[in-house]
Design a protein around this ligand. Structure first.
Ligand SMILES: Nc1ncnc2c1ncn2[C@@H]1O[C@H](COP(=O)(O)OP(=O)(O)OP(=O)(O)O)[C@@H](O)[C@H]1O
Length: 715
């Protein structure tokens, strides 16, 4: 069994303690054998001849041995406590450190619930085995071996007869072992599945409510609980059978022993004292044998737990330092993507043959359509993944040849997915006490990230404790805190992934101004889909379908008249007030929408005035599949996923960004929406109702006909 081997190898590290424990155990077991064996002397040499001297001698020896055995027990318990405690501590630390070392794909391939189960119930089960079950198993196994040897000495024929019967006892559980293992694996999987469902229930409660998935999740929960019931019942039955089979064997053995033992006494081949000693010893050995079989299910369960933990310990981080890894030393004058190709899975490349250059101290922007690979390129730059082909170099040093620690010091990544620790703001901003960050530095960084005033408005200021990993703060507050945290690291290279997505326009403008101030001292690479914010960037790379379609400054790209120009035009003519509460659209912008083409400017101005502003938080649904639609929407800023539910699965059909629109068919007809549109970030929309639109065009029926034709062509 893997587990017993692993326990032995872990105990080997603390050999002195292990030796002390073994010695104490040997003494305890030896006394446990000697005590029943002494019965043969008590009956034959003391009771039958009524020899008081011999009786007192045996009694004295028994009591003295008993006392010594108790002493040995105490010593053994001490040694075992230390030995087991240290071994479990080592294993926990190893697992913790190993998980921490892992790269991104590891965390994407394991579900949170599954990983937590390995740390919690799997680890507790191993803890139990190391502290209790293994030592108990060892004691009972020793008792069986030493007891059997003693029984052979006492009467070998009777011993052989009962040993033959024992085969049934041993073979039974062996026969059941595979069944028990598979029942155990199934139950563990059911537990992990249930944990994941609970995890989704808690973390996704907003999405579940807004997508009206309560029924589906409840059904899924019931299914998982039912699985738990079935697998638990199967496990219970296999474990019970594993216990019953040897007990039946024991019954047969007792019959054999009394029958054959009686025959030997009648034949004068065995004394009564020897028979009583044999019987008592056999009972004790039998009990130890039965105990061994009771212990087996616990050992099997822990063996599975051990395999699950070993599976994690065997995972190799995909990103690790090479043997001759070098320190990345500033200053670096040029970072380059040299023919970089990358795919998350073997099936498809998310980036193909990327060539680009980032100059030291520059402000570089990655823009482009949704899913075009901007964030992927940024993650390669932060070395969360390595390219499959090509290289990323910092001057001449390949990213793969530098130490991870020196890279992490050099570069800091701020993403939309902010994670805050459940501690004070102060400890979140400066999590490493060794960095010795002063209050002044902290306040300066918080001011730069536009969060200082918010922090000081809280009663405990920088000592405010964050709960639920920052879940009680707004997305914008979390985002600004994580920017301040990154600024405090004073990285040479600041990698920013859509960091202004959750901010109102006024704060966004402040952050954009900060980026312009930072450039020169720091190199900035910012991924964004909002082109307004990158007008002053030194170089803009426009991504499309995993390739860099265009590169240049804002002006150069506008002159080029390509993809960037189209994206720019799409985002223009839409306005948002600084606090993000009120939006408007230009009539000229409406004229660019194909289905409004040809309308008079005056009418378009009336239409533009009839739009109302709507705001949505992440996870909120704008239109739901199947519901009647009566509004047309224009995205002023934000991000929306167009999703469809099929066979209990949610499929994302498209992602819509600033300047995109949806629901135009609702301007004419009351038909059910063909998909659900939900906000993927805090967003602002402009909407117009069909009735309002209809009354505006009522005096011009030809407009309706034109619109009908135009929308007809699009569907
Ligand atoms: N961990 C992952 N595993 C597999 N595919 C992924 C993973 N992360 C992203 N992708 C896919 O890679 C492609 C590029 O994604 P990426 O996030 O780089 O695009 P993006 O241009 O930043 O888009 P957006 O602006 O919507 O964030 C997308 O098709 C996306 O679905």
């Amino acid at each position: 069994m893997n587990l017993l081997r692993a326990v032995a190898s872990r105990f080997w590290k603390y050999r002195l303690l292990a030796a002390l424990f073994l010695l104490a155990l040997l003494f305890e077991v030896a006394y446990g054998i000697a005590a029943p064996y002494s019965l043969s002397f008590l009956v034959d040499k003391a009771f039958t001849p009524k020899n008081a001297e011999m009786f007192l001698l045996i009694l004295g020896l028994l009591l003295a041995g008993g006392l010594l055995s108790v002493l040995a027990n105490v010593l053994g318990d001490y040694a075992l406590g230390k030995l087991a405690g240290k071994s479990v501590r080592d294993l926990r630390t190893e697992l913790f450190a190993h998980v921490q070392k892992q790269s991104l794909p590891f965390f994407q391939s394991y579900k949170i619930g599954d990983l937590i189960t390995r740390f919690s119930s799997d680890m507790s089960s191993i803890d139990g085995v190391i502290r209790v079950t293994s030592p108990y198993f060892l004691r009972e196994a020793l008792s069986v071996m030493m007891g059997l040897s003693m029984l052979l000495l006492l009467e070998w024929k009777l011993t052989l007869a009962v040993m033959a019967g024992s085969i049934f006892m041993i073979a039974g559980p062996r026969f059941m072992q595979n069944k028990a293992e598979s029942a155990n694996i199934a139950h563990k999987e059911a537990q992990a599945n249930f944990s994941n469902t609970v995890d989704e229930l808690i973390k996704g409660h907003k999405a579940i409510k807004s997508l009206n998935l309560r029924e589906r999740i409840l059904l899924q929960g019931r299914k998982r609980i039912q699985e738990l019931f079935h697998t638990g019942f199967r496990l219970h039955m296999t474990n019970s059978l594993m216990e019953r089979i040897p007990m039946t064997g024991l019954l047969v053995l007792n019959g054999t022993m009394i029958g054959f033992g009686g025959y030997l006494i009648f034949q004068d081949q065995m004394s009564i004292g020897e028979f009583i000693a044999f019987l008592t010893l056999f009972m004790s050995v039998g009990q130890s044998g039965a105990n061994l079989t009771y212990l087996l299910p616990a050992l099997i369960e822990s063996d599975i737990s051990f395999k699950r933990i070993s599976e994690i310990l065997e995972e190799k981080p995909t990103i690790s330092d090479t043997e001759n890894a070098k320190e990345l030393a500033a200053p670096i004058s040029r970072i380059a993507f040299n023919d970089v190709t990358f795919g998350y899975t073997g099936q498809k490349n998310q980036l193909s043959s990327i060539h680009l250059e980032i100059r030291n101290g520059s402000y570089t922007a990655f823009v482009g359509t949704s899913g075009s690979g901007k964030s992927t390129a940024l993650q390669l730059l932060a070395r969360f993944y390595d390219p499959q082909q090509g290289s990323i170099t910092f001057d001449r040093l390949d990213l793969r040849e530098m130490t991870e620690t020196s890279l992490r010091k050099y570069a800091a990544l701020v993403t939309q997915e902010t994670f805050l620790f459940n501690t004070t703001i102060r400890d979140n901003l400066a999590p490493d006490p060794a960095a010795a960050i002063s209050d002044e530095e902290m306040i300066e960084a918080a001011k730069q990230a536009q969060i200082h005033d918010t922090i000081t408005s809280w009663p405990d200021g920088y000592d405010t404790v964050i709960h639920h990993e920052g879940g009680t703060l707004s997305g914008g507050e979390r985002q600004r805190l994580s920017l301040a945290r990154a600024l405090l690291q004073k990285p040479q290279l600041l990698l920013l992934d859509e960091i202004t997505a959750a901010l109102d326009p006024a704060t966004e403008a402040e952050i954009n101004a900060l980026l312009l101030r930072l450039r020169g001292n720091q190199t900035l690479v910012s991924v964004t889909h909002r082109l307004d914010s990158v007008q002053h960037a030194d170089c803009i790379h426009v991504f499309h379908n995993g390739a860099v379609a265009e590169s240049g400054t804002h002006q150069e790209l506008l002159l080029l008249g390509g993809l960037y120009k189209r994206l720019w035009d799409k985002q223009h003519g839409l306005h948002l007030s600084p606090d993000g509460s009120s939006a408007s659209v230009d009539a000229a912008r409406l004229a660019e929408l194909g289905f409004f083409a040809g309308m008079e400017l005056e009418l378009l101005e009336d239409i533009a005035r009839s739009f109302t502003t709507e705001t949505f938080n992440e996870g909120e649904v704008v239109v739901r599949e199947g519901q009647q639609g009566d509004k047309f929407y224009l995205i002023v800023r934000g991000k929306f996923d167009v999703v469809k539910d099929a066979d209990g699965e949610r499929i994302t059909l498209a992602t819509l960004l600033d300047g995109d629109h949806f629901g135009e068919i609702a301007l004419l007809r009351n038909i059910p929406r063909t998909a659900t549109v939900m906000a993927a970030a805090p967003s602002v929309l402009l909407s117009i109702k069909r009735e309002a639109f209809a009354s505006l065009i009522s005096s011009q029926p030809q407009i309706r006909t034109m619109l009908e034709q135009s929308l007809e062509q699009r569907t």
